[in-house]
Design a protein around this ligand. Sequence first.
Ligand code: AP5
Length: 217
Amino acid sequence: MNIILLGPPGAGKGTVAKLLTEYDGSVQISTGDMLRQAVKEGTPLGKEAKSYMERGDLVPDTLIMRIMEERLAQPDCKKGFILDGFPRTIPQAEALKGLLERMGIRLDMVVNLDVPREVILERLTTRRTCSDPNCQEIYNVKSSPPNPDGTCKKCGSLTVQRDDETEEAINFRLATYLEKTAPLISYYEKEGILKTFLSLSSKETVEEIKKALHRKS
Ligand code: AP5
């Protein structure tokens, strides 16, 4: 499958994407994870992205398109991909459209995860993420906690809170989402490939997405 996951910060895009990869072997492509890795490694991309990310702002479109063009050209994407956190702006969506046309790739569906704001705020303040860049398993201290000593159940590394999980950055991310990313909902509605799911249970949402994909094929 080739799908895009849309949704505000904390909607569960990463959680749903990881579950979907188990469905047909499609790869999860998270621009957020790629950028955090670059920041951690101190690469030129990471150095440029760091200040935007810390305050919860979007990284410039040109930078994102550079990493996405490279990523989508990698052979593992032939199995299908789940875009998690990309596109985030209308210019990114337009650039992606051109890129996929040039590559001869068709999008199967754009999934919009709809979650009430109070649930989002609760989820973001209670999220923990595995610090191992090769694992990055997502936990929630309430709904799906890591080991009692705070380590990852999958790889044993310490789980941590992200740098953009301060109250100030969370509010800024939500405002940025409304201004710059929410317009993508009507953009993809017009393209006729948008499906919106009220996403309170990630497992149920994944089952609904699978059914919707099945109906399309
Ligand atoms: P990114 O990493 O994409 O962050 P985000 O969109 O803000 O999304 P999150 O990762 O915070 O949330 P999520 O929806 O994946 O939720 P999760 O599954 O973790 O981007 C970070 C930054 O990078 C941006 O601010 C920007 O600076 C930059 N960036 C990235 N892409 C960019 C782009 N394309 N252009 C420009 N800049 C870009 O779930 C959240 C929590 O809820 C977890 O604890 C989870 O366990 C829990 N949870 C999830 N589902 C459920 C459920 N059903 N029930 C109970 N708990 C649940």
